[in-house]
Design a protein around this ligand. Structure first.
Ligand code: PMP
Length: 402
């Protein structure tokens, strides 16, 4: 048995089956490269589903986490520590607004807190988008707009209306004086890197402001530099959300989520109404500070824009018949295929030493670390034609084979 097979077999014996069997057992990582249990290297364009802001084993994260856990580790929310306060302050500085932060451990949890903030307005109705993804816990799942993930768990917390994503008229029709909140992703990541029409977020702001509903932006996947600005909404003029939820990249690989609220939304969680034991623990917050420092010190927002342009242009310049176009922003890109062969592309890429994923049958998603290098982009662009050909074998009579 190979090292990969051995680890896979043990995995199947010991872990629940909710993820199916993972594709690949990984044992080590450095920057954007990971190695499997047999020592084979892969370029990681999945980045821990966009959590790995700085790649694997970045010295700034290693140093910050080591230093923090060697001095003051977990303390619970009965107490407080410098890195937690400092990270909240830094986030508010990046938003450029006064507000308050609730720290938790994941994206779903960040949205659960937003859900509760919504309920504390005294209204219960919520509006979310079809195809949207906000997490797997019951409140976040009620906001998620993907029936296959939701249906086995009904009844979910109620009074949620789903409207088509990107349709400002449908949104305006759904939001009433009873609506507590509207939750939107600036780009729908899990649904296949779906980008709304220009002006959508601005319209959502105007619609919610008119009825007193909170505008919650789920920036779990798009936030912390992923799209080339600190937060994706900052690329849109005239959009000031009431609540922004964050996770993934914020912790640079450690579990860390945040619900950031502004104005009256920041005052609704009174003592005793919400909490989580590990939320804001100093070790995860030290990692979060290291992520923000490194993005600044290494000019990574500029790198995101530059590598994004190189990837987009390079992929479209291939003029490959399987590629329709590339969509997304920054280093959250979807290669839209001309047919439903994304799972085959994912598999062929892995065999060629590249990790990508397939959030929709016809979309291949790229979300590498923000410090992705020129040579790594070059390597993917050189390999991509061969990967696409391998994913689309042509059989004897010249037709595409399934
Ligand atoms: N919101 C969005 C937009 C996401 O992409 C995700 C995760 N893919 C979540 C929420 C849930 O985050 P977590 O898995 O950390 O609970």
């Amino acid at each position: 048995m190979t090292g990969n097979q051995e680890l896979t077999q043990r995995w199947q014996g010991a872990l629940m089956n909710n993820y199916g069997t993972p594709r690949l057992p990984l044992v080590r990582g450095e920057g954007s490269t990971v190695w499997d249990a047999e020592g084979r290297a892969y370029l990681d364009f999945v980045g821990g589903i966009a959590t790995n802001a700085l790649g694997h084993a970045h010295p700034a994260i290693v140093e910050a986490v080591s230093r923090q856990i060697a001095s003051l580790g977990h303390i619970s929310n009965f107490f407080m520590a410098e890195p937690t306060v400092a990270l909240a302050e830094r986030l508010l500085t990046l938003f450029g607004r006064e507000g308050r932060v609730f720290f938790c451990n994941s994206g779903a949890e960040a949205n659960e807190a937003a859900f509760k903030i919504g309920r504390l307005t005294g209204r219960t109705h919520m509006v979310a988008t079809s195809g949207g993804f906000h997490g797997r816990t019951m409140g976040a799942l009620a906001l998620t707009g993907q029936p296959a993930k939701q249906d086995p768990f009904r009844p979910l917390p109620g009074d949620v209306t789903h409207v088509p994503y990107g349709d400002a008229q449908a949104l305006a029709a759904a939001v009433t004086e009873e609506t507590a909140l509207v939750i939107i992703e600036p780009i729908q990541g899990e649904n296949g890197v779906v980008v709304p029409p220009a002006g959508y977020l601005k319209a959502a702001r105007a619609i919610t402001a008119a009825t007193g509903a909170l505008l919650v932006l789920d920036e779990v996947q798009t936030g912390i530099g992923r799209t080339g600005t600190w937060f994706a909404y900052q690329a849109h003029e005239g959009v000031l959300p009431d609540v922004v939820t964050l996770a993934k990249q914020l912790g640079g690989g450690l579990p860390l989520g945040a619900t950031v609220a502004f104005g009256r939304a920041a005052e609704l969680l009174a003592p005793g109404l919400h909490g989580t034991t590990f939320g804001g623990n100093p070790v995860a917050c030290a990692a979060g500070l290291a992520v923000l420092d490194t993005i600044e010190n290494e000019g990574l927002l500029d790198n995101v824009k530059r590598q994004s342009g190189r990837l987009r242009d390079g992929i479209e310049a291939l003029n490959h018949p399987m590629i329709d176009y590339v969509r997304g922003a920054g280093l959250l890109l979807g290669i839209v295929l001309t047919g439903p062969r994304a799972p085959q592309v994912q598999q062929a890429a892995q065999e060629a030493g590249f990790l990508v994923n397939a959030p929709a049958p016809d979309v291949v998603r790229l979300m590498p670390p923000l410090n992705l290098r020129d040579d790594e982009v070059g390597a993917l662009l050189r390999a991509l034609p061969g990967i696409l050909d391998a994913a689309n074998p042509v059989d004897g009579d010249g037709r595409s084979g399934e």
